[in-house]
Design a protein around this ligand. Structure first.
Ligand code: URA
Length: 208
């Protein structure tokens, strides 16, 4: 399926500022928030609209609105939270789901520790968010789990990915389009993206 690299100058400029190792926690978080808002513009380009009748000061008209309640943003904990805030500021009517996964040190597989979704998922369009699509293990497991609920559609949004992450995700879920600001050079042996921006969770929460 498709990979959409959002190559807009504003997105690329802000991503460059975030990559810099000297960016403070405060500016990293603010930039992530702004980037998420800008990326949402592309991600929601084809969402279903509904017609509503409204009164302008001049007359009555039929106008179009997004049915935000049918959209669900699903954050993969914990780093997904950073993207979620920006997306919700431009689509405040969206519902929100959370999925928590950790990597089992013995089997290296993703183990679910938290899963909370809105009702009626089969009626909803889902956007899964996680800033870094690296090995793809957690994104693949999250999408697998969500597919059990049979949503109308699933998209995956990240800030950064690499060829290994894109390949893994596309082979596991070819029907899920990926939206990203950049596809970096490679994944290192520790599962980090190069040149990347380091550990997104630690940088946005100041935990290192
Ligand atoms: N997760 C991160 O936070 N950074 C990476 O480079 C890869 C995975």
């Amino acid at each position: 399926m498709s990979v959409h690299v959002i190559d807009h100058p504003l997105v690329q400029h802000k991503l460059t500022l975030m990559r810099k190792k000297e960016a403070s926690t405060n500016s990293f978080r603010r930039l992530l928030n702004e980037l998420a808002m800008l990326m949402t513009y592309e991600v929601t380009r084809d969402v279903p609209m509904q017609e509503v009748e409204i009164d302008t000061p001049m007359e009555t008209m039929t106008a179009r609105m997004i049915d935000g309640k049918k959209l669900v943003f699903v954050s993969i904990l914990r780093a997904g939270t950073g993207i979620l805030d920006g997306m919700l500021s431009v689509v405040p009517g969206a519902r929100v789901g959370h999925i928590g996964l950790y990597r089992d040190p013995k089997t290296l597989t993703a183990v679910e520790y938290y899963f909370k979704m809105p009702q009626d998922m089969h009626e909803r369009d889902v956007v899964v968010v996680d800033p870094m699509l690296a090995t793809g293990n957690s994104a693949i497991a999250a999408v697998e789990r969500l597919k059990e609920l049979r949503p109308k559609s699933i998209k995956f949004v990240c800030l950064l990915t690499c060829p290994e992450g894109v390949r893994a995700m596309q082979s596991a879920h070819p029907d899920v389009p990926i939206y990203t600001a950049a596809i970096d050079r490679e994944l290192n042996d520790h599962g980090y993206i190069l040149p990347g921006l380091g550990d997104a969770g630690d940088r946005m929460f100041g935990t290192k």
